[in-house]
Design a protein around this ligand. Structure first.
Ligand code: ZN
Length: 278
């Protein structure tokens, strides 16, 4: 099941097009997640007559207003090494403030500085969760989706110690989508291929099985501190290949096209423009 936001409506994406999710299911999406899956099987079967074509560029963030957005730094060894750090002993957590979220096919403003890409798998929490053990933590995840943890490196790394959250929260710096993909739709939720392309060149390519702290560890760890809520997002960290660690360094420009793909989950496509000064 692939659930998306299209022109302010919650829709099911099928091969034939989009089908509106009934209001009684969309108003409390996560509480009715199992009912939604039952409905989606029927709706998919009837999609040939009921689905309508849609423009992928009209899709919005599949979670319009999460209450919490967690993000994890240094969760793949090759990226930890390229960034010049030792492997962390516990997850390193920061937030992307929710106003940074945008859809899977938008034009994103580049503020002054060095804006970099970070392709990440994003876990979407499905139920209120507190102190969940690792073995049960997948039960708290409703869906997976694709994310970019866009980051302005000058401000991000300026302080001692550095502070991550602000420079990763400019408007548009949290593209997510194209859809919430339910776990039953995914062949191996612990081993997904990530591919990030800049103007057709592969700049990041890894598998989520390489995470230092896999999703169940992250969910369990976070739930020991915070109460996780339905719709909360967890950006799970980026593999090696970010622009800041390339030789020569490379940052996003208005000429670039950034494609973010996770096999079996989906693909996003973004363009950029300079921020207008005010
Ligand atoms: Zn990141």
């Amino acid at each position: 099941m692939r659930i998306a936001q299209l022109e302010g409506r919650t829709v099911l994406l099928t091969a034939e097009g989009a089908v509106d999710v009934p209001a009684e299911l969309s108003t409390d999406l996560y509480a009715r997640w199992d009912d939604l899956r039952t409905w989606s099987a029927t709706a998919t079967a009837a999609a040939a007559t009921q689905a309508r074509p849609y423009d992928p560029a009209a899709l919005q963030s599949p979670v319009p207003a999460p209450r919490q957005v967690f993000a994890v730094a240094l969760n793949y060894r090759p990226h930890t090494a390229e960034a010049g750090y030792e492997d962390p002993e516990q997850p390193l957590v920061f937030t992307k403030f929710p106003t940074c979220l945008t859809g899977p096919r938008t034009v994103i403003e580049l503020p002054p500085g060095n804006v970099d890409w970070e392709l990440e798998l994003v876990a979407v929490i499905g139920r209120e969760t507190r102190h969940v053990p690792v073995e049960k933590a997948w039960d708290s995840v409703a869906a997976l989706t694709v994310g970019q943890d866009l980051s302005e490196r000058v401000a991000q790394l300026a302080g001692r110690p550095a502070q991550f959250s602000l420079a990763k929260s400019h408007p548009g710096f949290g593209p997510v989508g194209p859809a919430l993909v339910s776990l039953d739709e995914i062949e191996d939720r612990d081993d997904l291929e990530l591919i990030c392309e800049l103007n057709g060149e592969v700049v990041q390519h890894d598998r989520t099985s390489g995470m230092i702290f896999p999703i169940p560890r992250l969910v369990s760890y976070l739930s020991a501190f915070c109460t996780l809520l339905p719709g909360d997002l967890i950006f799970t960290g980026t593999p090696a290949g970010v622009g800041n660690r390339r030789t020569p360094r490379r940052f996003l420009t208005p000429d670039d096209e950034l494609v973010s793909r996770i096999t079996g989950v989906g693909e996003m496509r973004h363009h950029f423009r300079r921020a207008t000064t005010r």
